[in-house]
Design a protein around this ligand. Structure first.
Ligand code: GTS
Length: 233
């Protein structure tokens, strides 16, 4: 793999491509991780138009069998799909894994909590969107099961109560440090907001945590970070 040397003499990781959709909840997870790791300048963003179904076309399926965004392409052509896998790769690049855990214990807890957010909230909201709403439109949503979608909506709303309870006792989703698990929950709440599933008002701890998350530049500038004019990394 090629690399280049910055003015300070430290080795920069090579350029990578990120196939994504700027406002998408899953791509947001990788965008936030990139900003948290200071890697934004190493990325060429390639927009794949979900509304046109470009992610289901053979050309894209050759990059990701699952037909989902985001996908990271390394300079040697290696393709990494799945937000968790991409985040783990990015976090390991500098040998200082601040998002996925430094100790065995922290790695285990962060992975568990991130997966729990996916299973209980983010993926459930996604199923609701694709099955019980018009989703991406009839050309893309070739099979819909509204009953399954509404069940997943209810599951997602229930899980907000669980995450609210966790956040009464600890500052972040996986303990006392910001991590990939927080990023996953941010993605879940972005998606919930897009499909009009607001956090119930009584979940005060979840609201307070989310307000704190919005103050992070990585979260606030996630959509515009692919514009070359965007300032904060
Ligand atoms: N498990 C995958 C991951 O973690 O990367 C899920 C990725 C995913 O569902 N991505 C969405 C997608 O491709 C992108 S977005 O909706 O958040 O913008 N959805 C399109 C589809 O047809 O499922």
């Amino acid at each position: 793999m090629s690399s280049d040397i910055s003015e300070s003499g430290t080795t920069k990781p090579p350029m990578m491509k990120l196939y994504d959709w700027p406002t998408g909840p899953y791509p947001a997870r990788v965008r936030i991780a990139l900003a948290e790791k200071g890697l934004r300048s190493r990325i060429d963003f390639v927009t794949v138009d979900l509304w046109k179904g470009e992610h289901k076309k053979p050309e894209f399926l050759a990059r990701n069998y699952s037909g989902t965004l985001p996908v990271l392409e390394l300079d040697d052509g290696t393709l990494i799909a799945e937000c968790t896998a991409i985040t783990e790769y990015l976090d390991a690049l500098d040998g200082d894994p601040t998002l996925t855990g430094r100790t065995a214990r922290d790695k285990g807890v962060i992975h568990m909590m991130s997966r729990r957010v996916e299973l209980e909230l983010l993926d459930a909201v996604s199923v609701y969107f694709h099955h019980a709403t018009p989703g991406l439109g009839p050309d893309v949503e070739v099979y819909q099961n509204p009953e399954w979608g509404f069940r997943q909506r209810d599951k997602a709303l229930r899980s907000m109560g669980y995450f609210n309870d966790r956040l009464k006792d600890q500052s972040f989703v996986a303990g006392e440090a910001f991590s990939m698990a927080d990023i996953t929950l941010i993605g879940g709440l972005i998606f919930a907001d897009l499909v009009q599933l607001p956090i119930p008002v009584e979940y005060e701890a979840l609201h307070a945590w989310y307000a704190r998350m919005q103050e992070r530049p990585s979260v606030r500038y996630r959509v515009t970070m692919s514009d070359r004019t965007e300032a904060p990394a």
